[in-house]
Write a protein that binds this ligand. Structure first.
Ligand SMILES: [Zn+2]
Length: 491
């Protein structure tokens, strides 16, 4: 449980004459939900490369279910700015995936963001980036421009695939899992896992099978499997929070930094603040709060805005913006101030029979949670190594491919391996001009680099196009891709 509990001390009011001692005890517990709506887990769907099918098929699919996704565009690939702009207006997140989709986007951290900002206005700005070819660029430049940067499968880079309730251990290395022909199509199972573990799963999808994907040809995903996932999410909306990556990242950072206090007896005043400051975000995404109360009707206001609220199981639930002013809960059920519920027909208070309807709001904010929010699992945060993708030279995993054959029982491993070259495998490996062992066309295949001692110095996963996999000392290495291998020298 990641609840912040603040209980007021009982206050004793004693009449002037001391004849009657009236104890007015009010201990208002106020808590921030680990996830929006006090749901149990979170899921983000991210789409790389700015494919035409993301506009024609992806956005409409999510809109159909009332969910919003993240679309990472390559700004020099002429994405459909109008189409993505309309999606942004509809609450989707349009985010960065570099300017040119080079091997590594270092140097394009700020310019890719500016290129999107010149085309599309967004409520929360451009706050997330997904790296081309899974390669982490300049981390400090990433974090000066974005609140979170996304790699590919965490397990390809020594990270867990699923993030915990506090997000990634390194905000420049947020994990996702690849979907489609070289990944998983089990959206439901992965979301169930997020719910069970109280974590955050991010999906990384390119194009869709049989659709117009433009340059996003890698690992196409059957769109029907995404739809099945969204159907499951809708049916389990009380448990799983589906929201764009940037929104979930804001929520986590705000929740971790937030201070919340409640005071008062008849009218309760809640102060929700944080002091996060950077040049990327205002961190003004609404947090979900609940305050213990015996009220059967209540109005919740922040500033002049009436917040949508629900009463359930002895709590008042509502979403409020941190640093947005005092939140005032009054028990008059509306009283003299009609709810300013911005176009919603729904009364602001006392929804005592919550349903588990899907979020239907077109606002990017989280849907107010419904139904029962209790029974949280104990989330055991699995700490993760923050080791970078390379330099895993501490691994002492023995290999059968010792260069000198000393530990090999299969004769010269080179002979065996090289007789089994990349002929039937489109993958190849070479050392590029800057001394990087570079692999091409290895999509979906396991890549292992061994040093001359037979030690594993790098493991990763093929991503389809050209990828630099290792840079190290001069010497002989073996690069294994799938079940094929090749010797190579860094000179
Ligand atoms: Zn890409």
């Amino acid at each position: 449980m990641d609840m912040k509990k603040f209980a007021l001390s009982p206050v004793l009011a004693i009449s002037a004459f001391g004849l009657f001692a009236t104890a007015s005890v009010f201990a208002q517990d106020v808590e921030i939900g680990t996830w929006a709506g006090f749901r149990k887990g979170a899921a983000s769907f991210t789409f790389d490369d700015g494919a035409p099918s993301h506009v024609s098929d992806g956005g409409p699919l999510f809109d159909k279910y009332g969910y919003k996704a993240t679309f990472n565009v390559v700004t020099s690939w002429n994405p459909d700015w109008n189409g993505f702009g309309n999606m942004a207006k509809n609450g989707h997140e349009i985010a960065s995936h570099s300017v040119n989709h080079g091997q590594n986007m270092s140097g394009e951290e700020a310019s890719s963001k500016q290129a999107i900002a010149g085309k599309i206005q967004q409520k929360y700005g451009i706050i997330t980036v997904a790296y081309p070819n899974c390669n982490v660029p300049n981390k400090s430049a990433v974090l000066q421009n974005y609140i979170i940067g996304r790699i590919c499968n965490g397990s390809w880079q020594s990270q867990p695939d699923m993030m915990g309730k506090d997000g990634p251990s390194d905000w420049a290395m947020a994990s996702a899992i690849m979907t489609g022909s070289t990944g998983t199509n089990d959206f439901k199972g992965n979301m169930q896992k997020a719910v069970q573990q109280g974590g955050w799963i991010a999906f990384l999808t390119h194009g869709f099978e049989g659709k117009n994907n433009g340059s996003a040809t890698y690992s196409p995903t059957p769109i029907g499997s995404i739809e099945d996932g969204l159907k499951w999410a809708q049916q389990n909306d009380k448990d799983i929070w589906v929201a764009p990556m940037g929104h979930v990242a804001m929520y986590i950072k705000e929740r971790k930094a937030a201070k919340v206090e409640a005071s008062g007896s008849g009218t309760i005043t809640v102060k929700l603040t944080h002091s996060i400051k950077d040049n990327v975000s205002d961190y003004d995404y609404p947090l979900s709060l609940r305050v213990k109360s015996s009220l059967s009707k209540a109005t919740v206001k922040q500033g002049s805005a009436t917040l949508e609220s629900k009463i359930d199981g002895g709590y008042i639930y509502f979403d409020a913006v941190p640093n947005g002013g005092d939140i005032v809960i009054s028990g008059d059920g509306g009283g003299d101030q009609p709810p300013a519920s911005s176009g919603s027909n729904q009364s602001s208070s006392s929804i005592s029979n919550p349903t588990s309807s899907a979020p239907t709001s077109s606002q990017p904010g989280p849907a107010l949670s419904s139904s029962s929010h209790r029974g949280f699992p104990n989330w055991g945060h699995s700490s993760s190594s923050s080791a970078g993708p390379a330099n895993q030279s501490s691994s002492s995993q023995p290999s059968a491919f010792a260069v000198n054959g000393s530990s090999s029982s299969i004769g010269s491993p080179f002979a065996a391996l090289e007789s089994n070259k990349f002929d039937a495998n489109p993958a190849s490996a070479y050392v590029d001009a800057s001394g990087f062992i570079t692999v091409i066309n290895a999509q979906g295949q396991n890549i292992t680099v061994f040093n001359s001692l037979g030690h594993v110095v790098r493991t990763t996963k093929g991503i389809g196009c050209l990828q630099k996999v290792y840079s190290g000392a001069k010497g002989v290495y073996i690069v294994r891709i799938g079940n094929k291998a090749k010797t190579i020298s860094i000179k």
